[in-house]
Design a protein around this ligand. Structure first.
Ligand SMILES: [Zn+2]
Length: 149
């Protein structure tokens, strides 16, 4: 199976429809489609997928990290550096869960992986991200705890 890079897939030629898709379509694919096919392993699989995607996105500074997350409309990140190897990322307007009502479970694993993958690029270290807050737990933002190692 051929592997594609971002450069291979970025040319969009849709003169009438443009390069935007409704966010609802993304959420149907992401929350209903992927979860129903992947089942109980969906969290870990989506995290690994996100991490791979994050590694493919160029970012060498925290400013580029924040800009890219915002430009791709994954959300609006607010970064807090706790110490050298511990970063907290609040994500406002999260692509996957913003507006969700309380469900008691969190499912922004792909976003968590993207954040970890991009922060690996920025810091030149491995990163592990864990989601700690979500709209689906009653917050108005998502939050991820990232540890570099
Ligand atoms: Zn979220």
């Amino acid at each position: 199976m051929k592997e594609y890079a971002v450069d291979d897939i970025k040319n969009v030629l849709r003169p009438r429809l443009g390069d935007d898709v409704p966010l609802l379509l993304f959420r149907i694919l992401r929350i209903i489609g992927m979860r129903s096919i992947l089942g109980e392993t969906s969290g870990a699989t989506l995290y690994m997928m996100g991490k791979r995607v994050g590694n493919m996105l160029p970012a060498t500074t925290m400013e580029q990290f924040a800009e890219t997350i915002r430009d791709l409309k994954i959300g609006i990140p607010q970064v807090e550096v706790i110490d050298e190897d511990h970063i907290t990322v609040k994500l406002y307007e999260c692509i996957t869960c913003a507006g969700f009502s309380y469900t008691g479970e969190m499912f922004c694993d792909m976003e968590s992986g993207i954040i970890a993958g991009m922060l690996e690029n920025v810091h030149g270290k491995k990163a592990k991200s864990t989601q700690t807050k979500s709209w689906s737990l009653g917050y108005k933002f998502c939050e991820f705890e990232v540890f570099l190692y």
